[in-house]
Design a protein around this ligand. Structure first.
Ligand SMILES: *Cc1c(COP(=O)(O)O)cnc(C)c1O
Length: 314
């Protein structure tokens, strides 16, 4: 990912910026996490006006440096529920396996900004030993970071080790790669995934602008390999928090074979108040969608409770 945009100079060189965007890029000490944008996604940002919705999801904002009331570095209490290195267990039968700290693109509203780093390797041996020993764990969510930044060989080896655990029935991969680097979904990758079914992918699409022809092709390849695709969206203020935008997104996802699964209320991650919409607004949107679109296009609106109480439907 050498040609990613990861410096303010690279971004300023590629995009016409607003004064606000330029000011935020000039103050990296106020950023809540590193900057990284794939060239593919930067080309989408170029189609938007300055301050456009996709830009706001990946370009830093000066308000990131402000910690609002009730905000936390670890809003979901994941450190408290860390069962062993790189494993979060908030439910008895499910485990979240954090396989890398790296992503193709860093989302500014990330709930795990505290862990986001470029290019640091993760030793998963103790985590795999833990999952083998805990016979109550039936469902493993492979997340990070973004697991699809790992090479095919590393991914294949990891999936094989998880498949070899008799009590693990369900494997899920959480990834924004189909949205920000659809070229990663080569012919080879779905072939590899096919060997480890039942394997599910939770995608992360945020806005209808992301549903491009290369994305449709990437999703089709995964579906053709028998990998069901479920989407998670974060409700983001001024970006996707209208019924029209979410209807267009969710119907567009269905058209490319992706089921809208969760719409997440933005959590209390430090420095994200400017991106967080409200529960009230989210409920109004859900109400407006119900009955006005196919039922398959309606996700569950979820709140991940502060401190690690788990997810509750709103
Ligand atoms: C969200 C989450 C899961 C998975 O929840 P589902 O509702 O089954 O999708 C598992 N573990 C943790 C820690 C989570 O945050």
């Amino acid at each position: 990912m050498a040609n990613r945009l990861q410096t303010k100079e690279a971004v300023a060189h590629s995009l016409a910026l607003s004064g606000r965007e330029r000011a935020a890029l000039a103050s990296p000490h106020r950023w809540r996490m590193p900057l990284a944008i794939t060239p593919y996604y930067a080309a989408l940002l170029e189609l938007e006006p300055p301050d456009g919705p996709l830009r706001r999801t990946v370009l830093p904002d000066e308000r990131e440096g402000t910690h609002g009331a009730g905000e936390q570095m670890d809003p979901l209490g994941e450190e408290a529920h860390q069962a062993t290195a790189h494993v979060v267990r908030s439910y008895p039968h499910k485990a979240l396996l954090l396989v890398t700290t790296e992503c193709a693109c860093f989302c500014r509203y990330c709930t795990r900004a505290r862990r986001a780093r470029r290019g640091t390797p993760t030793d998963l041996a103790p985590a795999l030993a833990f999952l083998r020993a805990e016979s109550g764990i039936q469902d493993v969510l492979i997340s990070g970071g973004d697991p699809l930044v790992l090479g095919n060989e590393v991914l294949g080896d990891l999936l094989q080790q998880l498949r070899d655990i008799p009590h693990v029935d369900f494997l899920r991969l959480g990834s924004k790669v189909p949205a920000v680097l659809p070229q990663r979904i080569t012919h080879e990758l779905p072939r590899l995934f096919k060997r480890f079914r039942p394997l599910w992918i939770s995608t992360h699409f945020t806005h209808p602008m992301e549903l491009t022809p290369p994305v449709a092709k990437a999703c089709a390849r995964l579906s053709e390999a028998g990998i069901p695709l479920m989407n998670q969206t974060v409700l983001l203020r001024g970006i996707n928090d209208t019924a029209e935008t979410l209807r267009e997104l969710n119907e567009g996802l269905l058209r490319i074979g992706v089921k809208p699964y969760y719409l997440h209320q933005g959590d209390m991650a430090a420095g994200t108040a400017h991106l967080r919409s409200s529960i009230r607004r989210g409920r109004c949107i859900l109400k407006a969608l119900c009955g006005n679109t196919t039922g398959y296009a309606i996700p569950h609106f979820m709140l991940d409770q502060p401190g690690g109480g788990g997810k509750i439907p709103l």
